[in-house]
Design a protein around this ligand. Sequence first.
Ligand code: HSE
Length: 298
Amino acid sequence: KSVKIFSPATVANLSCGFDTLGVALDGKGDTMIFTKTDKNKVVITKIKGANLPYDINQNLVGVIAQKMLNESKADFGLDIEIYKGFIPGSGLGSSAASAAGTAFGVNVLLEGRFNTLELVNYARLGEEVACGSPIADNVSAAIYGGFVLVRSTDPLDVISLPVPDDLFITALHPQIEIKTEDARTILPTKVPLKDAINQWANVGALVSALYSSDYQLLQRALKDYIVEPYRKQLIPHFDDLKKAALQAGALGAGISGAGPTIFALSKGEKLSYEVLEAMGQSYKNKGIDFNIFNSKIS
Ligand code: HSE
């Protein structure tokens, strides 16, 4: 028996919600095939699209799959094929897509033994392997789809949020790699109370905007007082790019996850292509290769 799954790329943080908010993208992500075997072990048989280890103790896919089979006392093994749709270190949740895809795919072969929250917990192990912290925002978005809010990680509490009909995301990925671990170590361990107030006010406003499809409120809420000022220094020409997106009419723009990808949210597909054009133009002739794409949120 075999199962083929697609696990989406995700944008974490969404400006105001560091480690708390995430959203899944449509069409971009990893494809994985899980096949039951009678060998009683997990084997990664194929990896395409990225240079990742086949060793099941080093590849987060192997780590998660083994743990799920062990803890459910499964009487079968697995062959796993991984087709990466986008590269690690982009800020679009590459490790999270593989981790979430593994938790989901293995659970299908285990006939749905684990519930959704348990799958997020398995997938988080992959984030720990990949960057040292069991972050839940990207993996939750990949597993639930749409927007999610991670209210707590201990105990895990994930809330699925509504997706307004007409929301599109543009992502520009400069071809430099930022390790999540590095992008986390530069952050302050304490924040001024006035920044914290602004930040949680915006998270509340963003959640309200999603429920009411209030695009203007969404525009006011997409701000980051705490993380962006530090991380933007790692992304060449970030300010220019953000300005270009906003001038073209985006509701907001910021760093996708730990970067270097920069995302912009727009109301309507037509406008999102104008934003894509403006962001692309702004990054041309800067001497850094990049790719850029638009996605509906799903
Ligand atoms: N919330 C995480 C961060 C996402 O920004 O570091 C990256 O995995």
